[in-house]
Write a protein that binds this ligand. Sequence first.
Ligand code: FES
Ligand SMILES: [Fe+2]
Length: 445
Amino acid sequence: MALIDTDGGFRVSRRIYHDPEIHRRELDSIFKKSWFFVGHVSEIPEPGDYVTRPLGVDPVIVNRDRDGRVHVMLNSCSHRGVKLCRSGRGNTKAHRCSYHGWAYGLDGACRAVTYEKEVYGPDLDKSRFNLRSARVETLHGLIFATWDHRGPSLSDALGHMTYYFDALFGKFDNGFEVMGSPVRTRIRANWKAETENLSGDGYHTMITHETALRFGLFPSPEDVAPYGDPIGPKFPGRTVQCGNGHTIRIQHLPIETHPPGFLGYPEELWGEIERNLKPGQVDIMARTSVTHGSVFPNLSFLENFKTATDGPGSMCRYTRLTLKVPVDEGLTEIWWWHLVPADASETWKERSQRAYLRTNGPGGMFELDDNENFLGMAEANSGPVGLDQSYNYVAGTHHPDAHGLEWPGHVQDADRSEHTLRGFLTEWRRRMELTAVAEPAASIR
Ligand code: FES
Ligand SMILES: [Fe+2]
């Protein structure tokens, strides 16, 4: 069978998660060419501030120069490739190599070569040894970079996802900031397993996270009834394929609020949310239970409304970004950022952090439950018989499209569905086939 077979269904070969050869081709066709999130401007506020990150799977330095511009460049000396910057964050005037001492400016230019005239003579053109630079764009403080200098702009690559990003990250006058530093963890699973889940799998929630439900980590219809007019026991949800593999799932609380209520955010910031957003975006953000999705290939976002301590009165909102970086086909490094509105009080930020850590933080109950499933998928498919099977992704193909909304993209009026997973995988196949056309020997069939 083809790796992804959509004739009469949506079957996916298990090899795409477990085959080292397919992983090697993903590195070329996806991880060399996409736009990737590398950090937030609040992590490098001052000239000379830097952090070290992956760009795709290559290590990069992300720093701010003396003029305030952000540069992203390969964290590898142009001489003989030693990793230039070994620490995760700091402030510096230049990046100096530990091997022979070459030094690079904050724009990646090769500025100094040790014993230059003695070792290389009088005519060395140092500009030939500048660090490999990436193209950089920011959106609402989120820094994205790509190695592809000729491809689409960030806004063209994001397409309809920009509308949802404006709602998520553009709603406060002074934006978001990162709380603490990002955390890194590793999981023995393919990078696509969790990315697909976070793309909008509302189908697993009540099963995988049943214990969290019993512990009261989800607000119940009774918990939220005092905050609006109840509309029934069901939490209404929708899923969106935004195009280019980007997706979002939006689930609301079972209440109506008049005027719009942005429950879980500090009430003194509600006015600016309404002012900064279009009506359709207010419709997303008001009375939201959870919003999550993925930017192709490996960035996931989540804005959630959960209990910070026991009891419904402590419900608070938090925003999380996760990046799934493949180490190989069966091992993934996950980076976790917790974001809070810059203008919220310190007390509110701490409450948001408590809600995040007990639920969707690296050691949160939701994450531990999810990880068991991803580990189980990896463990059950490494044998020759398992590898020859397929997964099926037809859940919700019969669901109706949503009408009468301002929301762009292909919106379905349901969230117990694999609508968004199909959107992610369709783009995965397109990208892999593009490379296969360019290099016929590497056909994915
Ligand atoms: S490897 Fe960096 S200066 Fe030689
Ligand atoms: Fe989950």
